[in-house]
Design a binder for this molecule. Structure first.
Ligand SMILES: Nc1ncnc2c1ncn2[C@@H]1O[C@H](COP(=O)(O)OP(=O)(O)OP(=O)(O)O)[C@@H](O)[C@H]1O
Length: 604
């Protein structure tokens, strides 16, 4: 496993680090251009503000009803009744608009954030490095798909409330001050400050527990995915019982953590409920102070009733604003937890990106396919793929124990090389070094060819199939924008036929028919290797590096594949164990274990 010096901080809290991470995410969900998200957010705020104004009008309607009824004034009663219907209709419209806009914002934020993470995740080989660093960054897939989704939806639901609350607080504090003098607002503010401090204390443990719960959630989902992907192997081993136990173990840890979260939330909720109910009592105390101190003694009963109703609403609403802020703590703790998980991923991806930028300075090969030279066909075909000069390497993170030392090797045109050696001697690792996936300890790999159809291509030990049509499998990894020529169909069909897979055309219904099934489930290992060869012939690179790519084929088919490579002018470096491979290669690199190796001509 890869090791990293950047250990992730497990004690996720609502602290300055959380705010810093949130601020970075803010830059992504509110990009400088286009301003769509910002405009949507401002509209949402205006809607929320307008909603608050209407709520105030609705809130003072009962006091007007009191006045009209006490004075037995029918005209004014009708007016108030009509007005209240209008306010209610307007309020419903504003509430629905608010919820509609916040959902749109949720989608738009999710798009920005996920796309930004995708950009860093698929840049260079970050996805590969992350997959080898599970102990540092758990479940990156869950962070990108689930945590981002929950982050955006929670944030969009609470954002307008948080931003609008200073305005409503100011307004209702002012109204409260008018009706209860300074005692009312001051006592309510003291009450709120004490509440916030207690809330902060109770919320921090919830944040770290939610982070841990999300990690276990990802592990549980991953276990199910593992069984789904390897269902056949599990069935062959009759390992259902064993896997059942293991999956239940994951579930148990998850549920245990969920219980832990619930326990911690209990105290938070207990406090929130107490705060809410105490708040409503407090609001009556705030109104009682001026009444009992004789401030309104000169008012008639009708006027006093209307005033109590109006002031009662103002104080209760002010308390309600405070309560709402405190109630938001559950959402805030969730958002803080997701902020940490997304932030950690961003930081790790940023680190990879910087490392890659530093590494690629001075290197003369591209990390992705060079399509330019394939397009214009004009670049020079280089007679040498790479040159390995006195290279030593080890599994990254175990630098003191090299797998191979002082290796020198060149792959030149028409000189096929076979790499053999015991299992675990470092054959695949050598290919990782050649492909730039692993760094070297000493020495250097000089790449003279680009990656791509006119350069060098790597066929990994485990065949890879993307989702999509049969054409997508053969032309992989060329992107859709790559021009497909009119000869393509003919070439694809010809190579499918050559590798003995023309039957696939019938099974899929044609080159461009989308298929629902997974290629891994329907193709045998031999068929997968044949399809990989069809892909190789289609691209017809100058050089190919193959890792046990014929292990599932018969010797006869293997010979046909190598014959076609020779016919198409593809120079091969193969990793393999079979002696039948010797005849297709000019020299052999034997990895002897314990860091040593030997290089020999095969046909003297
Ligand atoms: N990601 C990794 N983390 C830790 N150890 C690793 C990792 N990848 C490879 N190794 C170790 O490095 C050594 C060389 O592995 P490698 O895959 O190169 O062997 P190989 O010669 O290709 O074996 P085989 O013939 O079985 O494919 C092995 O001992 C393996 O366990």
């Amino acid at each position: 496993m890869f090791k990293s010096d950047t250990r992730m901080n497990n004690s996720a809290k609502l602290d300055i680090k959380c705010f810093r991470r949130f601020w970075r995410i803010r830059g992504i969900i509110f990009p400088g251009f286009p301003l769509t998200n910002l405009l949507m957010f401002i509209t949402l705020l205006l809607l929320a503000l307008f909603e608050e104004l209407i709520i105030y009008q609705v809130g003072v309607v009962p006091s007007r009803f009191y006045e009209a009824l006490e004075n037995k004034d029918l005209t004014s009663f009708k007016e108030v009744a009509l007005l209240s219907f209008f306010y209610i209709a307007l309020n419903s419209f504003l509430k629905s608009g608010d919820s509609y806009l916040s959902k749109l914002l949720d989608i738009s934020w999710r798009k920005c954030l996920t796309e930004s993470l995708h950009t860093s995740y698929f840049r260079g080989k970050a996805y590969y490095q992350l997959s080898s660093m599970q102990e540092v960054i758990d479940n990156p897939d869950q962070r990108i798909s689930q945590d981002v989704k929950k982050f955006c939806s929670q944030l969009s639901q609470m954002a307008s409330k948080v931003v609008v609350s200073p305005f409503t607080l100011t307004y209702y504090t002012y109204q409260c001050f008018i009706s209860t003098s300074w005692q009312g607002p001051v006592s309510l503010f003291v009450y709120f400050i004490i509440g916030t401090c207690i809330n902060k204390l109770l919320m921090s443990p919830v944040v770290s527990a939610v982070v841990a719960q999300d990690k276990l959630e990802g592990n549980f989902r991953f276990k199910h995915m593992q069984i789904r992907v390897h269902a056949e192997s599990v069935a062959f081993y009759r390992a259902g019982t064993m896997e059942h136990r293991s999956t239940n173990r994951h579930l148990q840890s998850l549920l245990q953590m969920q219980r832990h979260v619930v326990n911690r939330e209990f105290w938070l909720k207990l406090f929130m409920n107490t705060f809410d109910y105490m708040g409503s009592i407090f609001s009556y105390i705030a109104i009682a102070i001026p009444i009992f101190s004789g401030l309104y003694d000169d008012l008639s009963p009708a006027q006093l009733g209307a005033l109590v109703s109006k002031n009662g609403f103002v104080c209760i609403y002010l308390i309600n604003c405070f309560s709402q802020l405190i109630d938001l703590s559950r959402e805030v703790s969730d958002v803080a937890a997701y902020t940490h998980r997304i932030g950690e991923l961003q930081e790790m991806l940023q680190k990879f990106s910087e490392e890659q930028a530093a590494q690629s300075i001075g290197e003369n090969f591209e990390s992705s396919w060079d399509l330019e030279s394939s397009l214009d066909g004009g670049s020079e075909l280089v007679p040498e793929a790479f040159s390995v000069v006195l290279v030593s390497f080890s599994v990254p993170g175990t630098d003191d124990d090299p797998l191979l030392e002082d290796l020198s090797l060149r792959l030149i045109e028409d000189h096929n090389i076979l790499v053999t050696g015991n299992t675990g001697s470092g054959k695949t690792s050598l290919l990782r070094v050649l492909a730039g996936l692993w760094p070297t300890l000493q020495g250097k790999v000089f790449m003279f060819s680009c990656f791509g159809p006119r350069g060098i291509m790597f066929l990994p030990q485990k065949p890879y199939f993307t989702d999509g049509t049969l054409r997508n499998q053969v032309t992989f990894p060329l992107p859709e924008i790559f021009p497909v020529t009119e000869h393509d169909d003919e070439r694809i069909i010809r190579f499918l036929k050559y590798v003995g897979l023309s039957c696939l055309l019938g099974r899929t219904g044609g080159l461009d028919e989308p298929v629902e099934w997974s290629w891994y489930n329907v193709l045998s290992p031999g068929e997968m290797q044949r399809l990989t060869f069809a892909r190789l012939f289609y691209h017809q690179p100058k050089f190919v590096v193959m890792d046990e790519s014929t292990s599932a084929l018969t010797e006869e088919t293997e010979s046909e594949m190598y014959r076609m490579c020779g016919h198409l002018g593809i120079t091969v470096l193969s990793v393999g164990h079979r002696s039948s491979l010797n005849k297709h290669h000019d020299c052999v690199l034997r990895l002897k274990g314990k860091r040593s190796w030997e290089f020999k001509q095969l046909h003297a």
